[in-house]
Design a protein around this ligand. Structure first.
Ligand code: HEC
Length: 142
């Protein structure tokens, strides 16, 4: 009896550790590859835009969704497609706050692979155009 309880609790802790570690690994990769510019809590600074409370806004349009992958910090990072998908999904959950729609679709690995092959060169203008389009859609709905 005692042995089976021990085995069961070992099994349970392995299952929990596997789930936790995917989340922790994404967090770790954010710390290693992104937070130097984006800051630990996603606030950003200077020319680095704030992810916190805002990044989910881009998922309102297809181009915006693609933008989060095609932006050079994502597209040209040394993370592989699976790791980048995990970090972007981690960023969306961790930093979006109210800016993320409840029914959003998390990024998929093959989608990341396809989009990052086409990184953006000129970001600043492209980004402000995207945000203007999104704001305009919001106006049109009201
Ligand atoms: C060397 C600094 C730097 C690093 C490292 C960096 N970024 Fe960025 N990131 C930026 C800057 C600057 C921008 C604004 C767009 C631009 O000029 O490229 C940006 C924009 C973004 C955006 C779009 C946010 C918005 O509001 O426009 C995302 C998403 C993003 N980065 C993800 C990442 C991820 C994921 C990593 C790590 C794998 C990463 N970045 C690493 C500097 C960096």
């Amino acid at each position: 009896m005692r042995t089976s309880i021990l085995v069961l609790s070992l099994l349970l802790s392995t299952v929990c550790a596997a789930n936790e570690s995917a989340w922790d690994k994404a967090h770790f990769n954010y710390q290693m590859f992104c937070q130097g510019c984006h800051t630990p809590d996603g606030s950003g600074a200077n020319s680095v835009p704030r992810l916190k409370g805002h990044v989910g806004t881009f998922l309102q349009t297809e181009e915006g969704r693609e933008y989060l992958v095609r932006v050079p910090g994502s597209a040209t990072s040394s993370l592989d497609n699976e790791e980048l998908a995990a970090v972007l999904n981690w960023i969306l959950i961790e930093f979006s706050g109210d800016s993320l729609a409840e029914n959003y679709e998390p990024y998929k690995v093959d989608e990341i692979g396809r989009l990052r092959r086409n990184p953006l060169n000129e970001v600043v203008l492209y980004r402000s155009k995207l945000l203007a389009d999104i704001a305009h859609r919001g106006d049109a709905k009201q």
